[in-house]
Design a protein around this ligand. Structure first.
Ligand SMILES: *Cc1c(COP(=O)(O)O)cnc(C)c1O
Length: 381
């Protein structure tokens, strides 16, 4: 693959590249930093949920909690899914009403529950009796939805091992919640992040249908089917488009569930991922045995953490030299700080820009100041 800044890349819109290059032409901002294209965020906000009847979209804030980004998403009309006091405090600053906030983390800290409840948040996920007890005391009369574990095969960032229960247990937990005076209202699941297997959603929906029917046969009317996040974005490969995924989800749901259910969608990656371009610079090069090493000023610890979990980013340099194979690594002294192997790139000079598109999600939100490298800034353009 040939990377050229001026012509952009087959996946990434020309307009975004024009904005990015215009920004680079007039800035002296030190690298690394993350540029977020507001036009692309707006487009994803408009697209997501459109294919699913009675749906409401809650942006999973952990993907990118930058306040300017969140404010922009709020202005597009989305609601929010949060897990911590920190995320709540950003929404509070922006005056987001509690009816636009839910928390789908099945295990929440007591102090977070207290604060969210006092702000007015009423929709919480759970998957254990302990969580019911916490919510009964700290968030009485809340509306609860149970997390069911579903297959995560084909997702690049699986989320099913940590949370979720099997259907039988989900039924008894919903019944128990009712017995304890809370309001069981629905079911949630997560197919895994960057999910490339669209059948994960239909398998999951079929799996939770049994829970829904069983609970309703016990006299409890449910209302909410929360289908989690997981919509994939383009990194180095084409992915199934959201329209096709939602068409399939919509058909699977509405051929089996009651017409009047509310469908909650919680995308994180798909809202902000493709809108971000990491602006980094080459800080060094080395040849070790047969290997060409390229060092840039952002790495695993200050923004590209997902590269160690299997996310393969596209990298773009302006050089027109003959492409070479590189191992690309970050700036820290830690040997974990290797971003990618086998990257074919024309040889850049030290000091040149290296751009990484589709870096808007799970980058800055994961970054630390390890080894003294500051957390990169986010700039909305
Ligand atoms: C992280 C998370 C999401 C968002 O997942 P994406 O794969 O980024 O869409 C949604 N819901 C829950 C409960 C999450 O933990």
């Amino acid at each position: 693959m040939q990377y050229e800044i001026k012509r952009g890349h087959k996946f990434f819109p020309k307009k975004t590249w024009e904005k990015v290059l215009n920004f680079l032409a007039r800035t002296d901002e030190p690298t690394p930093y993350l540029l977020m294209d507001s036009d692309l965020i707006r487009q994803s906000c408009q697209k997501i949920g459109r294919g699913i009847k009675n749906s409401k979209v809650f942006y999973a804030m952990k993907a990118n909690p930058d306040i300017e980004v969140v404010k922009f998403i709020m202005q597009q009309g989305l609601s929010f899914e949060i897990a911590s006091e920190g995320e709540l405090s950003v929404l509070r600053m922006l005056n987001v009403g509690p009816d636009r906030i839910i928390s789908s983390n099945p295990v929440k800290s007591p102090s977070f529950i207290r604060e969210a409840y006092s702000y007015g948040v009423r929709l919480f996920a759970f998957d254990s009796e302990h969580e019911i007890e916490k919510l009964r005391i700290l968030a009485p009369e809340s509306e609860l939805y149970v997390r069911v574990s579903v297959p995560n095969e084909g997702s690049e960032w699986p989320l099913s091992k940590k949370f979720g229960v099997e259907p039988d247990r989900a039924v008894s937990l919903l019944l128990l919640a009712a017995e304890r005076g809370l309001n069981p209202v629905g079911i949630t699941f997560h197919v895994g992040s960057q999910c490339m297997n669209i059948y994960n959603w239909s398998t999951a929906i079929d799996k939770v249908l049994g829970v829904w029917r069983k609970v309703e046969s016990e006299g409890i009317k449910l209302r909410v089917l929360n289908i989690g996040g997981g919509y994939p974005i383009r990194y180095t490969r084409e992915v199934v488009d959201i329209e096709s995924i939602e068409k399939m989800i919509n058909e699977t749901i509405f051929s089996q569930f009651p017409e009047d259910i509310e469908v909650h969608i919680e995308p994180g990656r798909a809202v902000v991922g493709e809108a971000g371009v990491f602006i980094t610079r080459v800080i060094g090069k080395a040849t070790r045995s047969d290997e060409n090493w390229l060092y840039i000023d952002v790495g695993v610890f200050n923004g590209l953490m997902e590269s160690i979990g299997g996310i393969k980013y596209t990298m773009i340099v302006g050089s027109r030299a003959k492409p070479k194979r590189w191992i690309v690594a970050g700036p820290s002294c830690d040997s974990f700080d290797v971003i990618a192997r086998d990257v074919l790139l024309p040889e850049p000079n030290i000091g040149d820009y290296l751009l990484i598109p589709s870096a808007g999600a799970y980058t800055i939100s994961y970054a630390s100041e390890f080894n003294g490298f500051p957390i990169p800034k986010t700039v909305l353009i």
